[in-house]
Write a protein that binds this ligand. Structure first.
Ligand code: ADP
Length: 216
């Protein structure tokens, strides 16, 4: 059983590392942010109130994500393990998760991606994506050859709805006030916490560091 919790600020690279880990280990990627966005897209399971909170960069209710995660983790494909990305994000969620794990005698490994504040800001404000092929860019750190256009198909790059400056500020505030304390909680109540410096290296190197730390 490989139960992995990816922990870190918005923009720390949790989504990217989660994809690399799940490809490598053959276990599902459980991202509460993705599940919520999917719910908004298909108009199922996400109330207008919840969608408005996401839009503003505020955390949605614990009950909403707790129920979503519980349902997802009980599906058969998660029996061998899972990578949690963006959950738990409050102390209530952390208590919920650790109780769920204890009932099943599962010990999670927490990977904390530590990234400098200034890098976080540049990553979030510069983040773009090609709406056609999904290639990620960063206009500040990894710009396309032609301003705001995809190198591969010339499509105009788009921004995630909540990557606007005021919303980024709200998301970072929520992280500092509600989520950061969760790390201490997991250190004392949960499994092992591995801290990986993830400010300067490209994703593949961060991934290698995670692999090495997990083997030790
Ligand atoms: P981020 O890049 O800010 O980490 P996510 O994609 O993980 O973004 O989440 C997007 C939004 O979905 C959050 O701003 C929040 O509104 C909501 N959300 C995601 N996960 C949670 C959670 N565990 N608890 C509460 N709200 C969440």
């Amino acid at each position: 059983m490989k139960a992995i919790v990816l922990f870190g600020s918005p923009g720390s690279g949790k989504g990217t590392q989660a994809k690399l880990l799940t490809d490598c280990l053959g276990i599902p990627h459980v991202s509460t942010g993705e599940m919520l966005r999917e719910g908004v897209r298909n108009g199922r399971g996400v109330t207008p109130k919840t969608a408005a909170k996401m839009h503003a960069g505020i955390l949605v209710k614990d009950e909403v994500v707790d129920a979503m995660v519980k349902e997802r983790l009980s599906r058969p494909d998660a029996a061998k393990g899972f990578v949690l990305d963006g959950y738990p994000r409050t102390l209530v969620q952390a208590e919920h998760l650790t109780a769920w794990m204890k009932e099943r005698s599962i010990r999670e490994v927490v990977i904390y991606l530590a990234v400098d504040y200034n890098i976080i800001i540049a990553r979030l404000t510069g983040r773009r994506e090609c709406p056609r092929c999904g290639t990620p860019y960063n206009v500040l750190l990894r710009p396309p050859k032609v301003d705001e256009l995809c190198d591969l198909d010339g499509e105009k790059l788009t921004r995630r709805e909540d990557d606007r400056e005021d919303v980024i500020r709200a998301r970072l505030d929520a992280y500092e006030q509600q989520t950061r304390p969760v790390l201490e909680f997991l250190r004392t109540n949960g499994g092992r916490v591995i801290e990986v410096a993830a400010s300067d290296d490209p994703p593949e190197i961060v991934f290698q560091k995670i692999g090495q730390a997990m083997e030790n």
